[in-house]
Design a protein around this ligand. Structure first.
Ligand SMILES: N[C@@H](CCC(=O)N[C@@H](CS)C(=O)NCC(=O)O)C(=O)O
Length: 384
């Protein structure tokens, strides 16, 4: 704007000189001309860069808070690293003790489902893991990106540890180490190969499948099969509606920027919760009377529901505690040996309430409701 004004002044004065037929002050005017064009150029960059970024012509550091459709609905983008670890020793990523590391955040439901698998399959001695700090912070001085940071020392933040493998300050650095031209989000979980110094996979739904089957020569709990052949079709079908309505559904409620998409997401969420409540009135687990992958995937959202999503994501039509079957079911899963160690409510609350200033500008963390998920439940009434 300043540039345009400056050039108008220049043209008027130049006109006056021409009218007077003199070259007096011509150099001063030429200076003004150059300055005006520099100003016009910087002005247009300021306008053009966000426009280009919005339409993905150029890539900027991204986070889930940017994943928005034009109608104001939250739209999650797909994960990028999709290699598969195999029990076949000749594969590129063979299942080996001590070779892989899982970077997680206790706050993140997607990362937590991977950690749950490490714990309940008895893989935590074969596959090491590190949790980042709960609250997003700036990852670079040169841009505004906010993301997951490692603490500077292992005593800074209970539950979180500094990066034992690469000395990275944050998750973003791991992605940049693994790929020089990465342009996606810097998400957890990250399954890291210590040998090749590479990201194997950053998609939790695939990581849990690998943990379920490919490490069975190593796992302490080999017999636990959470995706058995006879249930696969049912698990896939259940995952689909639970992901859309509940797992991702709560994010669609919380990150919506318009009333319509918010209301649509809430409707879908409570239809799915009601459906779960009805199913769990007939059987112990969501796909029958045996624990399956679908239960772990459902649990990670339910355990965060009353503590976070009811308030922070405006999912307040009904609380989990108002659904007797779902509430008791959540306690039942929480009490499976190993599961409770994958839940760190302190990290969960500090992350959500502290990392989304557009939703909670002052970062105040509600004190309640502080539910005891280790209290007795009634799920043993169903045979397993
Ligand atoms: N599809 C991924 C999603 C992972 C994901 O969205 N993680 C979130 C934390 S809950 C994250 O790291 N977000 C970082 C960001 O948005 O910048 C998976 O399931 O593994």
């Amino acid at each position: 704007m300043l540039g345009v004004l400056w050039s108008v002044v220049y043209i008027v004065q130049l006109g006056m000189l021409v009218a007077k037929e003199t070259t007096e002050n011509l150099w001063v005017l030429l200076d003004a001309f150059v300055v005006s064009w520099i100003l016009i150029f910087t002005d247009s960059l300021r306008i053009l860069i966000p426009l280009l970024a919005k339409h993905h012509f150029i890539q900027m550091a991204r986070s889930s808070l940017d994943e928005m459709s034009d109608s104001g609905a939250f739209m999650r983008t797909a994960s990028t690293f999709r290699n598969i670890i195999s029990r076949d020793p000749s594969s590129l990523f063979p299942a080996e003790v001590g070779r892989y590391h899982l970077y997680i955040s206790y706050a993140c439901p997607w990362a937590s489902r991977c950690l749950s698998y490490l714990k309940i399959k008895g893989l935590d001695k074969a596959i090491s893991f590190t949790s980042v700090k709960p609250k997003w912070e700036r990852t670079k001085e040169t841009d505004e990106h906010m993301g997951w940071l490692f603490p500077a020392s292992n005593t800074e933040e209970p539950g979180a540890e500094s990066d034992p493998l690469n000395g990275a300050k944050n998750i973003r650095e791991l992605y940049e180490l693994a790929s020089t031209n990465y342009s996606g989000k810097y998400t957890v979980p990250v399954l890291w190969d210590k040998k090749l110094k590479a990201i194997v996979n950053n998609e939790s739904s695939e990581i849990i499948r690998m943990f379920n089957t490919e490490f069975n020569d190593i796992a302490e709990n080999t017999d636990l099969d959470l995706y058995p052949p006879h249930l696969q079709a049912q698990i896939d079908e259940t995952n689909e509606w639970i992901y859309n309505g509940i797992n991702n559904g709560v994010y669609k409620c919380g990150f919506a920027k318009k009333q319509g998409p918010y209301e649509e997401a809430v409707k879908q969420l409570y239809e799915a919760l009601d459906k779960c409540e009805e199913i769990l009135g007939r059987q112990r687990y969501i796909c029958g009377n045996m624990l399956s992958e679908a239960d772990i995937r459902l649990f990670v959202t339910l355990i965060r529901f009353d503590e976070v999503y009811v308030v922070h994501f405006k999912c307040n039509k009904k609380q989990l505690r108002e659904y007797p079957n779902l509430f008791n079911y959540t306690k039942d899963i929480f009490q499976i040996p190993g599961m409770s160690s994958s839940v760190n409510m302190e990290h969960i609350k500090r992350h959500y309430y502290g990392s989304h200033p557009s939703i909670n500008p002052f970062g105040i963390i509600p004190l309640g409701p502080d539910i005891d998920y280790s209290s007795p439940h009634d799920r043993e009434r169903f045979s397993t």
